[in-house]
Every structure is written in C-alpha cells, then in structure tokens.
Write a protein that binds this ligand. Sequence first.
Ligand code: HEC
Length: 123
Amino acid sequence: MMRVLSITVCAMFASANLSPAAAQSQTDASTIRAGHNIAVTRCIACHVVSPKQTLSPVLGPGIPSFEEIANRPGIAAASLAGSMKTARWHDYAMPAKLLPMSRISDTERAQVAAYILSLRSLH
Ligand code: HEC
C-alpha cells in the first residue's frame, strides 16, 4: 500500500501542464475523462473517488469522498477548484500543510472538478 502512495506522489511531481488552449478545445466528455484519470491516479490514496470503488483509501478516515463533495449544496466547478488550492488537513495528527490537490496545474484542477461534479446525483 505504501508503494501505491509513493507512486501517487511521484506522479504528482512528474505531472505535465497542459496549455489552456488545449483545455478549451476539449469537449465536456473528454474533460471529465481526463479528470477521472487524475482522480484514479493521484487522489485515490486519500479519497474514495468513485461510487463504484471497492478499495478503501490508504489514508483517512474522515476524508470526504468525491461523491459526497459533489453533493454538497451550492457546489460549483470554480469554487471546487479554488478550495483545492487552500484545503488543509483538519486532523490534528497530520501537519497543517496544503494538500496534494493544490500541487496540480489549474487545467488539471478544472478537469478533476468537472469529474467530481459529474458524480452529483440528480434528485
Ligand atoms: C494526502 C491525502 C490527499 C490526497 C492525495 C488528496 N486529497 Fe483531497 N483532501 C484531503 C483531505 C484531508 C481533505 C479534507 C480537508 C478538510 O478537512 O477540510 C481533502 C479535501 C478535498 C476537497 C474538498 C475541499 C473542501 O472544500 O472541503 C477536494 C475538492 C479535494 N480534496 C480534491 C482532491 C483531488 C482532486 C485530489 C487529487 C488530485 C486530492 N484531493 C488528493 C486529502 C487528500
């Protein structure tokens, strides 16, 4: 399990930035797909990233699942991408540092925000 985490951390540092033009030319479906790829490679160590996920995250408990975040009242892509830059660990056993989602590019944050919002239940 530690190996999964270190791969995750390496992937975070190796991440390449996409140009904004490339992001704009993507369709919604491909943006969501790109966000899903980010979620399953870089967020899964701490978050339940999909309602179908059977493996528990290595870290936690108490970290919100992406489905739970998607269903918070008043959630929107811009505020979601913004809160990823400022969220800190609220567990006192952990250092109060910025979390890994603050260290991906703005394009990647927009993609993963689109993916999270796609999990919102329609009721
Ligand atoms: C090292 C563990 C860790 C990883 C990896 C991680 N997160 Fe988080 N994330 C957290 C914790 C802890 C919180 C809860 C912070 C709090 O208590 O408010 C959180 C909260 C969030 C929130 C909610 C912020 C809010 O407004 O409350 C979003 C959105 C989020 N993470 C997205 C992501 C995305 C996207 C990734 C992958 C790129 C990711 N996280 C990777 C630990 C992590």
